[in-house]
Design a protein around this ligand. Structure first.
Ligand SMILES: [Fe+2]
Ligand SMILES: [Fe+2]
Length: 143
């Protein structure tokens, strides 16, 4: 089961960020599919731990990109990343404590938050970064 599909509406216009988002979406779908196929909560928790680590790396990457650009929404964006981290940690902890995968809570706290984050703040970052660094022609002139 796919709980989230990558499509053009999620593109931020920066290839490397889109590729990282696709990877995270693939992991989210894999976790939902594994749960649907009856994977044990402890095994799902291993997948979630990997998702948390990759999500943290991804957020660090975006934050490192924003910093040198003097991005005015840096603080807001970073707070959203911290919230995403908290939501993932809460879901992970509950899964281990209750030994039960709740699809509705997964959709609300993990998938929908990530989707909204990309559609809103990541896309704003993409627009800003594209303005800062316009595509270069092979000659070195801006396109
Ligand atoms: Fe972000
Ligand atoms: Fe992102």
């Amino acid at each position: 089961m796919s709980v989230i599909e990558w499509d053009k509406k999620l593109s931020v216009g920066i290839g490397v960020i889109d590729a990282l988002h696709k990877n995270l979406i693939g992991q989210m779908n894999n976790i939902a599919l594994s749960a649907e196929l009856g994977a044990r909560p402890n095994d799902l928790a291993v997948l979630l731990r990997m998702l948390r680590a990759d999500m943290r790396d991804h957020c660090d990457f975006e934050e490192a990109l924003m910093d040198p650009m003097g991005y005015s929404q840096y603080k807001l964006h970073r707070n959203e990343h911290l919230r995403a981290d908290e939501l993932l940690a809460e879901f992970h902890d509950n899964l281990l404590k209750e030994q039960r995968f709740s699809l509705s809570s997964y959709l609300t706290s993990v998938v929908h938050y990530f989707y909204s984050h990309i559609r809103c703040v990541d896309r704003s970052l993409g627009e800003f970064a594209r303005d800062q660094f316009p595509r270069q022609e092979p000659s070195g002139r801006a396109a």
